[in-house]
Design a protein around this ligand. Structure first.
Ligand SMILES: Nc1ncnc2c1ncn2[C@@H]1O[C@H](COP(=O)(O)OP(=O)(O)O)[C@@H](O)[C@H]1O
Ligand SMILES: [Mg+2]
Length: 393
């Protein structure tokens, strides 16, 4: 069937969206739902700032999409309002550590927020210089400072925990009170922090659990009410979206993406409503997109290995066979293969990323352990993946 042509005009005329930005706004004007417990805990921890007292470091953990960034953003706004009302001096710096992974870049990002009058260079400073400047600026400010290190797991994995250690010790010598809030997507974040640092950090942990289907439904419904025109999306559609995502991991971001993706498909078909069948389609599209972006982020040899597996037509492969296929691919690409041991590690990596399933089984006759590897990908996705990998090696 010939595809229907969409034009800019037809997209804009479509009556689905009332206000598309409402789908993704970090803190919607209707507020965040179902996080009262976490907010209460955080308010109890942060309230001393309004009494000019530093807070010991607070940890917030939870998988992606569980509302950590949005909750802290909402609370810091409320805290700022309250501080203004009470004439409490307060300044805050928010750093995303997936963008700033070293102690120096983190400190420079904090500095540019605390001292906006000065332009700090993005590169070229040593850690010592940044630290001296940070101490000087925070001392001169003589105020309550809140530092939020979001996605701190990235910085910890890449540069170690020195930055945390120093931040936790810094209050002893300053006129300002520095309170630190650490946010991590990786719940095993404590594994990356040395005992010495752990003991100087506070013990306050606020856990963000995955959302249930009911909670996701409420979140989707609240956004849809403001983002779409009346009757565009029905309750069963929103329930289905919520249930699919609850089963997969309880991620609010993905639920909103699915809603948006349904709307897009509806518009491209010139339809005025989001119907149940579109949910399945949107789900498939998103699934494919996530695989593609995961694959794009692999290292060269992980890509070669994955390419070797998707080129094979066999339903199931074992470790030895995979290694052979990998060597063939390497030869074709004119790169020298890595050791069998590295390949084994990569197989584990790929399976942790959900790209393949692999389990260790006993070979029936040989009394030997072997790895059974299988891929659950349709032909179209395989084809797309092959192209993505070849283009990016
Ligand atoms: N409880 C909630 N109520 C409404 N929207 C939410 C809620 N939790 C998360 N969201 C939305 O989901 C998206 C992801 O949330 P975010 O706070 O960025 O998650 P995290 O930082 O844990 O990865 C954001 O657009 C956010 O507004
Ligand atoms: Mg976040």
């Amino acid at each position: 069937m010939e595809k229907r042509a969409v034009t800019f005009a037809s997209v804009l005329q479509n009556p689905i969206y009332k206000n598309r930005d409402m789908i993704y706004s970090l803190v919607p004007k209707t507020g965040l739902l179902h996080r009262t417990e976490q907010k209460n805990e955080l308010i109890m921890e942060l309230a001393p700032i309004l009494m000019n007292s530093a807070v010991s470091c607070v940890f917030m953990y939870g998988n992606p999409g569980t509302g950590k960034t949005s909750v802290i953003t909402e609370l810091l706004d409320e805290l700022t309002d309250e501080a203004n009302k009470r004439d409490v001096n307060m300044q805050q710096a928010y750093v995303n550590c997936s963008e700033n992974r070293t102690e120096t870049t983190i400190l420079i990002d904090i500095l540019s927020q605390l001292n906006p009058k000065r332009i700090y260079p993005r590169v070229g400073w040593t850690r010592a210089k940044a630290l001296t400047e940070f101490k000087k600026v925070s001392n001169d400010l003589n105020t309550n400072i809140i530092v939020v290190l979001d996605e701190v797991d990235y910085a910890l994995k890449e540069s170690g925990d020195d930055v945390l250690y120093r931040l936790s010790r810094i209050n002893e010598r300053l006129k300002s009170n520095i309170s630190t809030i650490l946010i991590s997507n990786d719940v095993r974040v404590a594994d990356y922090i040395k005992p010495k640092t752990q003991s100087t950090l506070g013990r306050v942990k606020v856990i963000f659990s995955a959302y249930t289907a009911e909670e996701l439904y409420d979140i989707v419904k609240d956004r849809a009410k403001n983002a779409f025109n009346k009757d565009v999306v029905s309750d069963p559609v929103m329930q289905k979206i919520a249930e699919i995502e609850a089963a997969r991991g309880g991620d609010a971001r993905r639920v909103l993406e699915m809603l948006d993706s349904c709307a897009k498909i509806a518009i491209s078909r010139n339809s005025k409503k989001i119907t149940l069948d579109l949910v399945d389609e949107a789900e498939k599209t998103l699934e494919k997109d996530t695989i593609l972006s995961v694959v794009a982020s692999l290292t060269k040899h992980q890509k070669l290995l994955f390419l070797a597996m998707i080129q094979s037509t066999k339903k199931q492969l074992n470790g030895g066979k995979v290694n052979l296929l990998y060597r063939e691919v390497c030869e074709k690409q004119n790169v020298s293969p890595l050791s069998v041991r590295s390949v084994r590690t990569f197989i584990v990596n790929l399976s942790e990323l959900g790209l393949i399933s692999s389990e260790v089984t006993w070979l029936r006759d040989l009394r030997k352990k072997s790895r059974a590897i299988s891929l659950n990908l349709d032909a179209a996705t395989r084809k797309k993946l092959r192209k993505v990998i070849r283009d990016s090696i």
